[in-house]
Design a binder for this molecule. Sequence first.
Ligand SMILES: O=P(O)(O)OC[C@H]1O[C@H](O)[C@H](O)[C@@H](O)[C@@H]1O
Length: 367
Amino acid sequence: MKDIFDFSSLRDLLKGTESRDPFRVLINSLNGVTGPYVREIFVNELGAGESSIVNTKPLEDFGGLHPDPNLTYAAELVSALKEGVHDFGAAFDGDGDRNMILGKNAFFVTPSDSLAVLGSHLRHIPYFRIEGVKGFARSMPTAGAIDRVANAVGVDFYEVPTGWKYFGSLMDASRLSLCGEESFGTGSDHIREKDGIWAALAWLQIIACEKKSVEELLISHWKRFGRNFFTRYDYENCNADDCARMMHKLEQTVTSPAYVGTQLSHKNKSYVVKLADNFHYEDPVDGSIAARQGIRLLFEDGSRIIVRLSGTGSSGATVRIYIDSYEKDENLLLGDAQVVLSPLINIALDVTEIKIHTGREAPTVIT
Ligand SMILES: O=P(O)(O)OC[C@H]1O[C@H](O)[C@H](O)[C@@H](O)[C@@H]1O
């Protein structure tokens, strides 16, 4: 990490200088494996106080916590940040590869936005000044914010199926510098994996250079590039046969040739289908094919509905519905994602007939 980042500027950020207040961080390891590394880096190296790190003892049962860095399971971090004392919060999952980033007052950074903000500021990270910036990539369901950054920075961009191995293939071929997923994984080619601590340090390095808060960084990003509003609805532990039937029916409906051009409406909002398919990926390095990686409805205004079955659920089937909608009107950038996306969410619930197929009135988790 010392070769990748400028630890002396990170130290100044955390401790403060004559002209700048200390930047107060709260890092929560959720009793996973990152604890000892967090202590060594944030306390011993960067001089943060002991109270800046919590749950840093790795425990076999994670101390009864569910070590998932999201708004539901890292609720302890969210409540602590809501008190308004800390400028920055980060939580990592059990094996330390995923991360959640929060700003002051628990300002939530979606993983898709986190990736895009990192992408547009890589020049501040010493590693990239030496190694250069190759391509950027995201998984297909991840919101498209990084796509516009790749275009502005002038690097190659890849959209891959969910699963880190697809990024690995691009990294092995020296085509990729930065990648991420809506499922809270963020990584660079310093290793061939997602890396939660790396992501937190990358954010702090950018904050140290830009001298802006997390929220200010996001707002200036949205003003420059527009904003991708994003949400994910998870229906966990559903009947697998019912879900398979739902996916089959949905695929048949949306891939019929007449479906393109269909107008889908909710209240006074309408979306016209531009393309609908089951995502198919050909690896540009070895030519291998990954077929049927999730049903996509792409609309003329750039909004998307994605539906796929999780590959990691532990019992039954988990349906994930992802909604991604792009907005560039400056007056609408600060809206609440659930409110802004409400028409598209309702359209997704109708098109999938999820309530009929799963018998569920509401999702298990909303991110
Ligand atoms: O959405 P799922 O199929 O449950 O997958 C969620 C995540 O699982 C693992 O962590 C993979 O390494 C990720 O690439 C993937 O995004």
